[in-house]
Design a protein around this ligand. Structure first.
Ligand code: ATP
Length: 236
């Protein structure tokens, strides 16, 4: 079996005549934490949605755990262990926290709610309240918790730091690093490039739907040219 849990080859995603992703290739090693970084509109969400089966690629091949899943629907991928934490959290705000977690585990026979409650005590305390009553950071923890109960072998995260205060962003990244340390492979897309590269082993820089640079995350961070051209001015 390959050492890569995810292999994306020559991926193209189009919306009508707009080519949002143009021939993108990358891999996620088993147990690794890989990040795709780039500005607003670079194509990050399109890539992650193609991998999770939410968007159908125009061309290219996606291999998950040794199987070609290019045309596999999202619900089948979730059952196989490929689980997405979508941009903007997408929690069901009028349902309770517990109900949100139960939805994440629809296809499993196990019950990992206890583990999630242990990791996020605030979710346990408020489990019978509507999810919409949580703060933005807590809602992000719930979105991550909902993915964890689905027992992922590969977790996809789409801009988990979006709209959160720096302190909360630190907490979100701490959780992501813990998830990886517990053996789950992670693909993270982020506009907050510096923060994402600090957490990742390997990074790919996207611009206008193409990968313009890639390498060990630490090396990308050290490269003044890349930082100036693509990584913007975030300071945390
Ligand atoms: P963001 O941070 O805004 O989510 P992104 O890097 O994730 O940016 P995408 O959302 O993948 O980028 O968008 C890439 C390009 O595709 C953009 O030009 C965007 O306007 C376009 N696009 C995305 N979704 C659609 C859609 N459903 N229909 C038409 N164009 C789209």
């Amino acid at each position: 079996m390959s050492d890569d849990i995810l292999v994306v080859e020559d991926l193209t995603v189009s919306y009508g005549r707009v080519q949002a992703v143009r021939g993108v290739s990358f891999t996620v090693p088993r147990g690794g934490l890989v990040t795709l970084v780039g500005a607003n509109g670079a194509g990050k969400s399109s890539i992650i949605n193609a991998v999770s089966g939410v968007v159908r690629p125009a061309a290219g091949r996606i291999t998950f755990d040794g199987t070609d899943v290019t045309r596999t629907p999202a619900h089948a991928l979730v059952k196989g262990g490929l689980v997405q934490v979508p941009e903007g959290r997408q929690i069901l705000s009028t349902m309770t926290i517990e109900e949100n977690l139960q939805l994440g585990a629809w296809h499993t026979t196990g019950d990992r709610k206890g583990e999630v409650y242990e990791r996020f005590p605030v979710l346990h305390e408020r489990r019978n309240l509507p999810a919409g009553s949580l703060s933005g950071g807590e809602q992000q923890m719930l979105a991550i918790g909902r993915a964890l109960v689905a027992e992922p072998s590969l977790m996809l995260l789409d801009e988990p730091s979006m709209g959160l205060a720096p302190k909360v962003v630190d907490e979100v990244f701490r959780v992501i690093e813990e998830i990886r340390a517990s053996g789950t492979s992670v693909l993270l897309v982020e506009q907050n490039a510096r923060r994402a590269l600090r957490a990742a082993d390997h990074g790919y820089v996207l611009s206008s739907g193409e990968i313009v640079q890639s390498g060990p995350a630490g090396e990308l961070l050290q490269d003044e040219g890349i930082v100036a051209a693509y990584l913007g001015l975030e300071t945390h």
